[in-house]
Design a protein around this ligand. Structure first.
Ligand code: GLU
Length: 428
């Protein structure tokens, strides 16, 4: 989103093309899956607190719904672009397929910066986005969820607007709702925990005890925080995190070789994941440039912020000590960087597998809403662990048996399942 020359949709298509070659897909199937099935561009007028009307631009892209209703989050970001949303929609299709849940792929976005908007203005954007799109969304068509800078409260406003328009209670319309309002226990934790379920399995595969490992993480939002929580529980030590500083408009890394203290850092972090520099410094953190997270001498790197972060330019700064990269974010590694990582034999846990915990728990949330019966947290997290571990084993098993890079193995499974659904429906 930050680099104008970077087109994530082209990157997503390049990734798809290379798998299409591996699977020897025919031209028609390639044409269908290289592009999105539907996309919507909307204008959302919002009455601001100062009385003026501001028009926000928003998007919803549905990539493929052959395996079930399209599914994916909605992002609020000042630099959002349609090509980013297109890429993310395609990645959602593969993500749902790799964990084998009966959903397709979609993504949404609004160009806005919630840092500078009051709660009432944010509510206006949420309701306005639904008003523009309600005819094309729905529990059986396309089911939104939280993503970058959107929260359970945003989901509830969207649900309320949707139910008002439709005149019925439809809690399965959106996921990531607050617990008690149709949300699932464990949904907030799910993406970050899913990253660590994968890391735990990768460490087993590499025969390294988690307690002997350290990690460096890019980001300190929802995904990063819960990844740190579970990684600490399995005795791993995080020595560096980086985050965006809203005031300075750049990011910083926060380093502590004894291990960062999650509770302490959370206590000095705003709701968008920005850590207070002065307070961190007082608590003994070394403050480094935002990209320092990538060059730490750790065993595990977890990019858990945005796309386009590990690139041809900085991939060489990854330490020889790094054994695992787990992509908490969507699309953090560009294809040229990916080639280098693959040739260095770093164990890559690709985004579609690493961060699939969120959408998997969203699926559980829909199931619970449909039954109107809600599971205890342990039950949700237990089911999540099983689903993610099974997906990891399937991908890792294929990677080993066919000598594939982990990302390629994940794509072969995911694209293969989507192609099969399209064929069985008679689309291709
Ligand atoms: N936004 C999350 C993702 O990128 C979750 C999507 C969902 O729950 O639908 O996977």
């Amino acid at each position: 989103m930050t680099d104008k020359s970077f087109n994530p949709f082209e990157m997503a298509q390049t990734q798809f093309d290379s798998i299409a070659d591996k699977l020897d897909l025919d031209e028609g199937t390639r044409e269908l899956l290289r592009y999105n099935q539907r996309e919507y561009h909307v204008s959302i007028p919002v009455r601001m607190d100062d009385g003026t009307v501001k028009v926000f631009r928003g998007f919803r892209v549905q990539h493929n719904d052959s395996r079930g209703p399209a599914k994916g989050g909605i992002r609020f970001h000042p630099m959002e672009t349609i090509n980013t949303v297109r890429a993310l929609a395609m990645w959602m299709t593969w993500k749902c397929a790799v964990v084998d849940i009966p959903l397709g792929g979609a993504k949404g976005g609004v160009i806005c910066d919630p840092h500078n908007l009051s709660a009432r203005e944010q509510e206006g954007i949420c309701r306005g986005w639904i008003r523009q799109l309600s005819r094309d969304l729905g529990p059986l068509n396309d089911v939104p969820a939280p993503d970058v800078m959107t929260t359970p409260q945003h989901m509830l406003w969207m649900l309320d607007e949707f139910e008002t328009i439709r005149g019925s209670k439809l809690p399965g319309f959106i996921t990531g709702k607050p617990v008690g309002m149709g949300g699932s226990m464990g949904r907030t934790e799910a993406t970050g925990y899913g990253v660590i379920f994968n890391v735990r399995e990768a460490l087993k595969e590499l025969k390294i005890p988690p307690a002997d490992t350290t990690a460096s993480i890019q980001g300190f939002g929802n995904v990063a925080q819960y990844a740190i929580e579970l990684y600490n529980q399995i005795w791993g030590k995080v020595v560096c995190v980086s985050c965006w500083d809203q005031k300075d408009q750049i990011s910083y890394s926060f380093k502590k070789l004894d291990g960062i203290d999650l509770v302490e850092l959370k206590g000095i972090t705003d709701r968008f994941g920005g850590i207070d520099k002065k307070k961190a410094e007082k608590s003994g953190y070394e403050i480094l440039p935002g990209d320092a997270w990538i060059e730490q001498e750790v065993d595990i790197l977890i990019p858990a912020a945005l796309e386009n972060q590990i690139t041809g330019e900085n991939v060489g700064r990854i330490s020889d000590k790094v054994k695992i990269i787990a992509e908490g974010a969507n699309g953090p590694t560009t294809p040229d960087a990916d080639k280098e990582i693959s040739s260095r034999k770093i164990f890559m846990i690709p985004d579609l597998l690493a961060n699939a915990g969120g959408v998997t728990c969203s699926y559980f949330e829909q199931v619970q809403c449909n039954m109107n019966y809600f599971w205890e947290k342990d039950e949700v997290l237990g089911k999540l662990d099983t689903k993610i571990t099974n997906a990891f084993n399937a991908v890792n098993g294929l990677a080993k048996s066919k000598k594939l890079y982990m990302r390629d193995a994940a794509y072969v499974i995911a694209v293969g399942r989507v192609v099969e659904a399209c064929r069985e429906r008679g689309w291709v």
